[in-house]
Design a binder for this molecule. Structure first.
Ligand code: UGA
Length: 425
C-alpha cells in the first residue's frame, strides 16, 4: 500500500521503516531539512538499535521528502507520528499535529485513511476528523497508538505486544487490517476514544508501577528490607508480573513524565482527578533527588568536591536525555561549586549542547572516576554494570558510590571497602 508518514522521530521513523520491511511503499515527510538530508543519505538521525540496518535493507521502498504536496497527494494511508510535547500546565501541545492536519486538509483530495500514532488527548481524533471531513468526506481518521520503547523500538514494532485500532467505521477498520496484514500480534479493535485512552492508561499504569516500587524501596531502607528481593517475590505472581518493578532514581524519558501529566490534566478538566496518577508524578519528582538527599546526610554541600557521573541518558541504549535524572542532579552539583566529570557511551554529544563547558567529559569510566570524591550512577549502561569493581578503590580519591540503578551488590562492595549507597536495600 502507499503509505506516508509525517514526522521522522522515534515514532514516525520506526513506523515508516517497519512498514517498508512489511512490504509497503513508504514516503516520509518532515519539516527538518537536516534530518531529511541525513535520511536520504541512508543514515538515521536517532540512535536506535537495528534501525539503520533496516533502513538500508528497505531503501528501495523508503522515500524522504520536505515537500508536503509530494508526500500527501496520492497517499492511501497517512500516519501522523509527530511529537506532542508537554505544555507548561502539563497538557499536551498539539501544535505539530495541527500543522500536519492543516496540510493534509489542503492537499488530500483522494480517498484516504489518516492514522494518528502520536499520543494525543482523548477526543483529539474526533476533532481531527471533523476538520478533515469539512474539506474531504472521503477521509477517515483512525487512532492507532504505538507502544514502542526507545532502545527496543524496532523489535517492539515488528513483534508488537498488541495492535490497537480505534476506528469508527467498517471501511477504515478493514483498511487498517490490510495495513497490518503481515504483523503477527493480538488486535484490539475498538472506537477512537478507547484507543486513545489505552495508550495513556498503559503508560500511566507503568509509571505508577515504578513509583509504587520506588516508594516501597524507600520504606525498605527504613525497615531493613531489600527491595530487589521484595520485587522478585512480588514478580512471581503472574497477576503482578516482574517487569517494571525495578526501583531506582525515578522514571524519565519523553513519555511517562509527559503522559502522566497530560492525563492528570485531562482528568481535572473533566472534574474527575486521577489521584493515583497524581501520586505517581509526585513520588517520581522526589525520587529524582533521592541520592542527593542521601549524600546530604554526609556532606553539607558539594563545594570543592570532584563528582564522577556515570550515565547521562534517561535509560541505556538511547542517546535521549529528556527528563533524565542527570539533568536534575548535575545542575545542583554545579550550582554548589562541585567539579563534575561525566561519562556516557552515547549521550555526551547531546549533553554538550546543554553544558558545553561546565563539565569535564571523559572517554572512559576509569578516566571519569580518577581522583573523584564520589561517584553517582544515573544510567545502567552494561559497561558500568560489568565494570571491574576494584578500580573504584584504586582510582577514586575516596571510594564512595551513589547508585541510582541498584546495579551492584551491597555485600561485595562493602567487602572491597567501598562506601555504597543505593535505593531500597
Ligand atoms: C515507554 C513505554 O515503555 C512504551 O511502551 C511506550 O510506547 C513509550 O513510553 C511511549 O509512549 O512512546 P520509553 O519511555 O522508551 O517507553 O522507556 P521505558 O523503557 O518504558 O522506560 C521509561 C523510564 O522508566 C526510564 O527512565 C527507565 O529507567 C524507568 N524504569 C523502567 C524504571 O525506573 N524501573 C523499571 O522497572 C522500568
Amino acid at each position: 500500500m502507499k503509505i506516508t508518514v509525517a514526522g521522522t522521530g522515534y515514532v514516525g521513523l520506526v513506523t515508516a521503516v517497519c512498514m517498508a520491511e512489511k512490504g509497503h511503499e513508504v514516503n516520509c515527510i518532515d519539516i527538518n531539512k537536516e534530518k531529511i538530508e541525513m535520511l536520504k543519505s541512508g543514515h538515521s538521525p536517532i540512535y536506535e538499535n537495528g534501525l539503520e540496518e533496516l533502513m538500508q535493507k528497505n531503501k528501495e521502498k523508503l522515500h524522504f521528502t520536505l515537500d508536503s504536496q509530494e508526500a500527501y497527494q496520492d497517499a492511501e494511508i497517512i500516519f501522523i507520528g509527530v511529537g506532542t510535547p508537554e505544555k507548561r500546565d502539563g497538557s499536551a501541545n498539539l501544535k505539530y499535529i495541527n500543522e500536519v492536519v492543516d496540510q493534509i486538509s489542503e492537499i488530500v483530495q483522494q480517498e484516504c485513511v489518516v492514522v494518528v500514532k502520536s499520543t494525543v488527548p482523548i477526543g483529539t481524533n474526533d476533532k481531527i476528523e471533523k476538520k478533515l471531513k469539512s474539506k474531504n468526506t472521503k477521509i477517515d481518521v483512525v487512532s492507532n497508538p504505538e507502544f514502542l520503547a526507545q532502545g527496543t523500538a524496532v523489535h517492539d514494532t515488528l513483534c508488537a505486544s498488541r495492535i490497537v485500532i480505534g476506528a469508527e467505521n467498517k471501511r477504515a477498520k478493514e483498511i487498517m487490517l490490510k495495513v497490518y496484514e503481515k504483523f503477527d500480534a493480538p488486535f484490539v479493535l475498538t472506537n477512537r476514544r478507547s484507543a486513545e485512552m489505552i495508550k495513556y492508561a498503559s503508560n500511566d499504569f507503568l509509571a505508577l508501577k515504578i513509583s509504587y516500587i520506588n516508594e516501597i524501596a524507600n520504606l525498605c531502607e527504613e525497615i531493613g528490607a531489600n527491595v530487589q528481593d521484595v520485587a522478585l517475590g512480588m514478580g512471581y505472581d503472574p497477576r503482578i508480573g516482574s517487569k517494571f518493578l525495578k526501583a531506582g532514581i525515578g522514571y524519565g524519558g519523553s513519555c511517562f513524565p509527559k503522559d502522566t501529566k497530560a492525563l492528570h490534566w485531562l482528568s481535572n478538566l473533566h472534574d474527575h482527578e486521577l489521584k493515583t496518577v497524581k501520586a505517581a508524578i509526585e513520588v517520581n519528582e522526589q525520587q529524582k533527588l533521592r541520592l542527593i538527599k542521601k549524600a546530604r546526610k554526609k556532606y553539607n554541600n558539594f563545594e570543592g568536591l570532584t563528582i564522577a557521573v556515570l550515565g547521562l541518558t534517561f535509560k541505556p541504549d538511547t542517546d535521549d536525555l529528556r527528563e533524565a535524572p542527570s539533568l536534575t542532579n548535575i545542575p545542583i552539583f554545579l550550582e554548589e561549586g562541585a567539579k563534575v566529570k561525566a561519562w556516557d557511551p552515547v549521550g555526551i554529544p547531546n549533553f554538550k549542547k546543554i553544558y558545553p563547558l561546565e563539565i569535564e567529559y571523559c572517554n572512559s569510566i576509569e578516566e571519569t572516576i580518577k581522583d573523584a570524591d564520589m561517584c553517582f550512577i544515573f544510567t545502567e549502561w552494561s559497561e558500568i554494570v560489568e565494570f571491574d569493581l576494584d578500580k573504584y578503590s584504586e582510582l577514586m580519591k575516596r571510594a564512595v558510590i551513589y547508585d541510582g540503578r541498584n546495579i551492584y551488590d551491597n555485600e561485595t562492595l562493602k567487602n572491597k571497602g567501598i562506601h555504597y549507597f543505593c535505593i531500597g536495600k
